[in-house]
Write a protein that binds this ligand. Structure first.
Ligand code: FES
Ligand code: FES
Length: 263
């Protein structure tokens, strides 16, 4: 259930070629000999002599040009090693910090569809992951996984939330209702009846989220207008664009709930 870690170290065999290549490049640039300078038309030490400051350095065979080139390249190489890009020996010898599982877990209690569950969860787990993967309540769907589509909508303490963007630890002690909590045995909830009767869904992937958003709406406003239905379901997208049927189904469900219509 856990997500794969995004940070990983490449094995030494994968990084060795680039490290050797970078080291070789650094050697080539940082240590120019007299021939390197001659090829560029500048005898070794000539610039230092020209500015009157480098006679001593010229004697040692270090020109200002070679010093600057060498310093720049060495700094770049050091930065690359420091960030782990090159995977050179020093970086490989220093392991990246690893997660210590027992330090990132807590025990929480959720009341879901009338049943109390005590669970140990990792702090990074979302409510959606716990509902689907730990409690087996797969009616709540994963769509965008970024609080945009509403496929994961559940009701938490009377308010709709995107379960994909709600950490499970933050739901500790909450009362949660999912799509599985609506029917009573074989008796569908009026919203489910209305969606079935009026073809509220096409592919149906978004429908659990739509129905949960509609339930929260009807709980606080039993007789909504069409405009209020649109507003109440504004956070739920339907990729089949079945919006007219969805809105009609919600209005029909409100009539069923008020006894103004029969299934
Ligand atoms: S899956 Fe949660 S909002 Fe899309
Ligand atoms: S019915 Fe297909 S996404 Fe809504």
């Amino acid at each position: 259930m856990t997500r794969a870690g995004k940070t990983s170290m490449l094995p030494a065999s994968d990084t060795a070629p680039s490290a050797q290549g970078a080291a070789a490049t650094a050697r080539r640039v940082t240590a120019p000999g007299p021939r390197d300078c001659e090829r560029r038309g500048a005898p070794a030490g000539r610039e230092d002599k020209e500015d009157g400051m480098g006679e001593e350095r010229a004697k040692r065979g270090v020109s200002r040009r070679s010093f600057l080139i060498g310093a720049g390249t060495s700094a770049a190489a050091a930065a690359a090693v420091g960030t782990g890009w090159l995977g050179l020996g020093t970086a490989a010898a220093r392991p990246l910090p690893q997660a210590v599982p027992e330090r990132g877990r807590s025990t929480i209690q959720l009341r879901v569809n009338g049943f109390t569950h005590t669970l140990e969860v990792e702090h990074r787990w979302t409510l959606l992951e716990v509902l689907r993967d730990k409690l087996g309540l797969t009616g709540t769907k994963l769509g965008c996984d970024r609080a945009e589509c509403g496929a994961c909508t559940v009701i938490m303490d009377g308010v709709t939330v995107y379960a994909c963007s709600q950490l499970a630890v933050f739901a500790d002690g909450a009362e949660i209702t999912t799509i599985e909590g609506l029917a009573r045995g074989d008796d569908l909830h009026p919203l489910q009846q209305a969606f079935a009767e009026l073809d509220g869904g096409q592919c149906n992937y978004c429908i659990p989220g739509q129905i949960m958003a509609a339930k929260a709406l009807l709980d606080r406003n039993p007789a909504p207008t069409l405009e209020e239905v649109r507003e109440g379901l504004a956070g739920n997208l339907c990729r089949c664009a079945n919006y007219l049927h969805i809105q009609e189904a919600v209005l029909h469900a409100s009539r069923l709930l008020r006894g103004e219509a029969t299934p």
